[in-house]
Ligand binder design. Structure first.
Ligand SMILES: CCCCC/C=C\C/C=C\C/C=C\C/C=C\CCCC(=O)SCCNC(=O)CCNC(=O)[C@H](O)C(C)(C)COP(=O)(O)OP(=O)(O)OC[C@H]1O[C@@H](n2cnc3c(N)ncnc32)[C@H](O)[C@@H]1OP(=O)(O)O
Length: 156
């Protein structure tokens, strides 16, 4: 089964459609995996013609963050590790993939890769911690309508 993942928040830096600084990540879910596409532009530049490592990490944070989202679990990144295997060239069409490796209570262990065709550019693993929605309500900002059906069980 395949379905698109709408931006979890329209102003998201990773995938938001209303944020002019958004990375423009587009994602969908296929067979319990999150698949996405990204094309780095000049405002993501680190070395000449190459994506900044932090931009690569931001893409991973977002695509990995969509894994709990697909499970309707509010969760935040506790740790994120990126292994940079080969440079990501600006303008190239890249594919990312993320999935849940295992769950231990509130801890979600996730993994992801970034490829250009068959070439592995980077891989990542991250620990997400399931939180209650109060985590996001603290700022006083309204929560996106799309989150209304999410699991709001208190976690602490
Ligand atoms: C930017 C906002 C994004 C909002 C996304 C929201 C929902 C997702 C929705 C859709 C997703 C769609 C797309 C993806 C979108 C975005 C993804 C971006 C996600 C982010 O970019 S989000 C921003 C960066 N992120 C933070 O801003 C977190 C700051 N932080 C905290 O808010 C707390 O730190 C918290 C809640 C993490 C834990 O706090 P806590 O009090 O609830 O729980 P506690 O500390 O007890 O930890 C419980 C157990 O986890 C273990 N543990 C904790 N941290 C660990 C670590 N680093 N390494 C190893 N183990 C760790 C403990 O050791 C304990 O283990 P044990 O139970 O075994 O003792």
């Amino acid at each position: 089964m395949t379905y698109e993942i709408p931006a979890h928040h329209p102003n998201c830096f990773g995938c938001g459609t209303e944020n002019p600084s958004s990375m423009g990540l587009q994602m969908h879910i296929e067979d319990r995996r999150v698949l996405g596409t990204i094309r780095f532009a000049s405002h993501h530049e680190g070395g000449p013609g190459l994506a900044h490592g932090g931009a690569v990490a931001a893409v991973f944070d977002d695509v990995l963050g969509a894994v709990p989202s697909a499970l309707h679990l509010p969760a935040v990144t506790a740790s994120l590790t990126v292994e940079f295997r080969a440079p990501a060239v600006l303008g190239d069409d890249l594919e990312v993939e993320a999935h849940l490796e295992r769950r231990e209570g509130r801890k979600l262990y996730t993994r992801a890769t970034m490829h250009r065709g068959t070439a592995l550019l980077a891989e990542a693993h991250a620990l997400f911690i399931v939180v209650d929605l109060a985590h996001f309500r603290r700022t006083g900002q309204p929560l996106p309508e799309a989150w209304s059906h999410w699991d709001d069980t208190p976690r602490s």
